[in-house]
Design a protein around this ligand. Structure first.
Ligand code: ATP
Ligand code: MG
Length: 202
């Protein structure tokens, strides 16, 4: 049995919240591989300027080098136009043909991704794992999913991870204000941000 997990995100920048969620899912579902897939044009993030993809890709690559199970996939970046989760899931299935596929999200993002419009298509294509995230109530999630048929409900799994109140938004704000970001993200990523003058204007 082969199992693969996908960790999608803007990763602007990647931080320990992403890495801890991915490692917990890898362990709990015995995945051979976790694919970190940076989004090229995130459909829901048009309210602010996203860093160029070269930076987000470089930081994601730096962050995964210490974990043999983690790899970065440029699948969404290589595709032109917006990246929809269903297309990404289909492409991963075609390439790796896993027996089980898990799409990792935080408790905040799972409902954004599984909208009522595409819920059936997505949940018949893969499992969704919602990791706990400080500030977002996971029981709220169960409540919101109440109306779904059992076969779909079973495809959304909640898991508990050590609470990390870290977000890319807060890291960008900290850099902008000159506050420390040390210990919130891997050290090479911290240096990369400094070296490339990222997030000076937010
Ligand atoms: P931003 O503040 O820019 O939205 P973010 O920290 O939420 O950034 P994203 O790239 O938006 O990071 O998130 C990618 C995925 O990782 C999402 O599913 C999100 O819910 C999840 N995630 C991010 N941070 C955490 C965290 N601290 N704990 C659990 N899940 C997280
Ligand atoms: Mg987010």
């Amino acid at each position: 049995m082969s199992s693969i997990a996908i960790m999608g995100g803007t990763f602007d920048p990647i931080h320990y919240g992403h890495l801890v969620a991915a490692e917990q899912v890898r362990h709990e579902f015995q995945c051979e591989q976790v694919l970190f897939i940076p989004a090229s044009i995130p459909p829901h993030k048009d309210k602010r300027l996203i860093s160029p993809v070269v930076h987000r890709l470089a930081m994601t690559q730096m962050a995964v080098v210490t974990n043999d199970y983690f790899t970065v996939s440029t699948l969404e970046i290589d595709r032109s136009g917006p990246s929809y989760t269903i297309d990404t899931v289909k492409a991963v299935k075609e390439k790796y043909n896993p027996d089980n596929l898990y799409f990792i999200t935080g408790a905040d993002a799972v409902l954004e991704i599984i909208s009522w419009k595409n819920v059936e298509q997505l949940l018949s294509a893969c499992n969704f794992v919602a990791a706990t995230r400080p500030g977002y109530d996971i029981s709220n999630l169960q409540h919101k999913l109440d109306g779904l048929p059992g076969e779909h409900l079973r495809k959304i799994i909640s898991i508990y991870i050590p609470a990390l109140a870290i977000s890319s938004t807060d890291i960008r704000r900290r850099v902008h204000k000159g506050e420390p970001i040390k210990y919130l993200l891997p050290e090479p990523v911290e240096h990369y941000i400094k070296k490339n003058n990222l997030y000076k204007e937010v």
